[in-house]
Design a protein around this ligand. Sequence first.
Ligand code: ADP
Ligand code: ASP
Ligand code: MG
Length: 416
Amino acid sequence: MALIVHKYGGTSMGSTDRIKNVAKRVAKWHDAGYQIVVVPSAMSGETNRIIGLAKEIMADPDPRELDMIASTGEQVSVGLLAIALQALGKKAVSYAGWQVPIKTDSSYTKARIASIDDAKVNADLAEGKIVIITGFQGVDELGNITTLGRGGSDTSAVAIAAALKAQECLIYTDVDGVYTTDPRVVSEARKLNTVTFEEMLEMASLGSKVLQIRSVEFAGNYRMPTRVLSSLTDPLMPLAEEIISGTLISFEEDTNMEQATITGIAFNRDEAKLTVFGVPDKPGIAYQILGPIADANIEVDMIIQNQSVDGKTDFTFTVPRGDYNKAMDVLNASVKEHIGAGNIIGDAKVSKVSVVGVGMRSHVGIASQMFRTLSDEGINIQMISTSEIKISVLIDEKYMELAVRALHKAFELEAA
Ligand code: ADP
Ligand code: ASP
Ligand code: MG
């Protein structure tokens, strides 16, 4: 019997009525003969609320305790969904991550899944039960509860689908698929029927929060067919229609080659930029600047080192905005100690906007079209980075939405 994994996000689980609808949809799939594992998120707003309680007590709480707190939202969801399914006459059982267990490393608040035990789940499925497993959480070797980073239920779902060798992983959310850009920012955004795995990986890593990036990595590593679709449609809609709705992440290299040069536009508001002026231009400098940043567990994204003048250069890099103050402290200390360079300045009000598409490989002129569009809007580009299938620019955050809209139009991504 084919196994399908369903994942429902916070909005989809946002009230007991919504949960009853999820139960109806899941029961419909089960009635159609599928084995079903469901991975829900916490009810919308709940994870923020409980993390907020911890931060009311202390600005920078112990990450182990934060995970203890943050993981509880999902535990409420699985229990409620099991009850809703039982109310429909279904056999259903809920598990927390540690009960499966879903084993992770011990990087609290951003743990990585190491293994998933399928024994208990398979036994339940064989007995005709619908199995409901908490998203977002796992357990480390010592039995501590961990979480997978914000938005991590997507990753739980795809990893569980891969471990159980499911036929497909369906990510139900509050939009009916992956769009050319966030439909909340550009109302003309168009839904994509398919998006290549590589494009989805870039879009997720560049800020499209519709899927957590690690879920896309799991989908790619295990070639797990993954579909993004709406939970807000009629839960009893015909299965044949539902099965082909939404956006399928495809592993076909050339799916979009013929259609468009650009598939989508991603953006990330949460960027910050740091610059060290007057750095001596000699071997080892990048390491001396960025080594301590990496040691502080801060991810560096874009990097620019200018051409040197009189043996001195400027060095600029970006970090997630949440790490800005920490990065500035580390940089002040390490520059003083090793480099003796001049000024350090920073800007925490920058955003990154990226155009993504596998079609870029076979088309020239995308970068110049992007830069011309931004120039026509009077938007200054502070940094640029490129890969084979994306071009990203860093700009003042106040122009971010304008840039996304202008690029969406310039690359003719609107719905017909
Ligand atoms: P869930 O709670 O179901 O996990 P999320 O809020 O994490 O839902 O993700 C869905 C949201 O992602 C949408 O409501 C939409 O605003 C946003 N989003 C950002 N970029 C895109 C995109 N390219 N396509 C669709 N949705 C996007
Ligand atoms: N509840 C968690 C969060 O809000 C995980 C998720 O929703 O995917 O980040
Ligand atoms: Mg999400």
